[in-house]
Design a protein around this ligand. Structure first.
Ligand code: GLY
Length: 381
């Protein structure tokens, strides 16, 4: 590796940890600064869905990046599991997207045609097919599509696994870091200052999710235009196997975990940095879940929580160099942070190691400068 100097990463979410691990295995000396514990915030709050097709992106470049990352997932997970000894429960057995009226079913049929035309295997199921695929769906289900190759990972376990893999690769993870600030001169990044003192670095990667824009010391020209987009979720205690696969229903998605929990998510709210779980939020999720699968009504609610997705004006992540040499952004993954973790690690490591920039062009912060300052900030609701 041609790296000179250390790499500092701000934020030990899945993105920061995966970038750290990839750089360390390529020979870099890496420190990660985390104000809390590794693998928390949005990395802990998400459902771990790996669903580039079911998420119905209208942005072809983003859809391709997400599909590329999905293809990397099995190898990425095998590597992290082998290094850490922690299983992350990756399931790529497809996602069922259920319709409860003919209008929605027509939309799903069109989605299925489009996906097949792009080489994605996808079954269209009538009512009995949908009930056979997921018997817990109510008898009023109209039909469904089942998209092959998508699925989910247990993101909380992935956070634990990545933390262990990083540590065994020699990454120093600084937990409970206070007053973390990036330091730059007029031209280049110098390092990271925290309550632990100053740590010089040739590259600093900002991977602090929704908090990346307000990082102390970040030059104004390097501030990513981010808005926190709140997602509330809850978990039900489910008899094992009650729901076999991740299933989308109108107004919610249902993600079964191997430990018997059924995750129900998620709201999409513009509420600043508010992370309260609200009665309205929980009601909307339960209404959607129980309308689709009334049998869930008897299950215990075991957990509720909320997290903040880092939203950007064009819903694309912000990846790569800034106008300050050595200062790199890896944030703004919005609804796809867990999915985009492997490809982000690879792209950022390739840039740090070899200066590969062309491939980052669609994701650079600089795209907002071209559009002008007026569009740089997300408009408020
Ligand atoms: N990717 C699902 C969500 O953000 O809610």
């Amino acid at each position: 590796m041609r790296l000179s100097g250390d790499v500092a990463i701000i934020g030990a979410g899945l993105i920061g940890l995966a970038v750290a691990h990839e750089l360390a295995r390529r020979g870099a000396t890496v420190r990660v600064f985390e104000r809390d514990l590794p693998g928390r915030a949005a990395s802990w709050a998400g459902a771990g869905m790996l669903a580039p097709y079911t998420e119905r992106m209208n942005d072809d470049a983003l859809a391709r990046l997400c599909a590329q990352s999905l293809a990397l997932y099995p190898g990425f997970v095998a590597d992290i599991e082998a290094t850490s000894g922690v299983g992350v429960h990756l399931h790529l057995d497809g996602i069922v997207n259920a319709a409860f009226d003919d209008v929605r079913m027509d939309e799903l049929r069109r989605d299925a045609e489009r996906l097949r035309a792009n080489g994605v295997a996808c079954d269209v199921l009538d009512r009995s097919g949908a009930m056979l695929a997921e018997p817990s769906l109510g008898r009023h289900v109209f039909g469904a599509i089942a998209v092959e190759g998508e699925g989910a990972v247990d993101n909380r376990r992935l956070g634990r696994a990545l933390t262990a893999a990083c540590e065994s690769a020699g990454v120093a993870i600084v937990r409970d870091a206070r007053d973390v600030a990036v330091e730059c001169d007029a031209r280049r990044v110098l390092g990271v200052r925290s309550n632990w003192g100053f740590a010089g670095a040739s590259h600093v990667v900002v991977a602090a999710g929704a908090w990346s824009a307000s990082l102390p010391g970040l030059p104004v020209a390097c501030e990513p235009p981010l808005e926190p987009i709140k997602g509330q979720m809850l978990a039900l205690a489910m008899p094992r196997g009650f729901l076999k696969r991740t299933t989308w229903v109108p107004g919610a998605y249902l993600v079964p975990r191997d430990d018997g929990r059924l995750l129900v998510g998620a709201t999409v709210e513009r509420a600043g940095f508010d992370q309260r779980v609200t009665a309205d939020g929980v009601r909307s999720l339960l209404d959607a879940a129980l309308d689709a699968a009334p049998a869930l009504g008897d299950f215990a609610v075991t957990e509720t929580w909320a997290g903040l997705r880092p939203g950007t004006p064009d819903e694309r992540p912000i990846l790569g160099p800034t106008s300050v040499d050595g200062l790199i952004l890896a944030t703004g993954h919005y609804r796809n942070g867990i999915l985009l973790t492997p490809v982000t690690a690879r792209l950022i490591a390739d840039f740090v190691e070899r200066g590969d920039r062309a491939v980052l062009e669609p994701w650079l912060l600089a795209r907002f400068e071209k559009e002008g300052a007026a569009t740089k900030r997300m408009s408020k609701p």
